[in-house]
Design a protein around this ligand. Structure first.
Ligand SMILES: [Zn+2]
Length: 109
């Protein structure tokens, strides 16, 4: 069972109280972007066996979106943080690097 801490209301929340929103930190492509970049934005997603950054919504709680860093293989959660960030906080990146030597932010892109 996946349990995430909502960074807004501070509750440890069971996944049944959350709604998954897919990959976090997508770079939006808008008018003027080329077709390939827009196609990648719409359809291409990472699907790693390991560290992944995801969007979640505390749908049966405060209703806010947040980001979570977790391992898709072990369900280990490295941390949750505000969805209003462009990159994961350094503390979370450090926690991942400590447990997954050799991992670095952006290696799957
Ligand atoms: Zn919440």
């Amino acid at each position: 069972m996946l349990i995430l801490n909502c960074p807004y209301c501070g509750m440890d929340v069971d996944e049944t109280d959350l709604h998954a929103g897919g990959q976090a930190h997508l770079k939006r492509e808008g008018p003027g972007s080329d077709d390939t970049a827009f196609e990648d934005y719409l359809f291409m997603r990472e699907n790693p066996k390991g560290v992944h950054f995801e969007r979640w919504r505390h749908v049966y709680g405060c209703g806010k979106w947040f980001h979570a860093a977790r391992c898709t293989n072990t369900l280990e959660v490295f941390g949750t943080y505000s969805a209003q960030t462009l990159e994961p906080p350094q503390a979370i990146r450090d926690a991942i690097s400590e447990k997954r030597p050799g991992w670095s932010w952006g290696t799957l892109k």
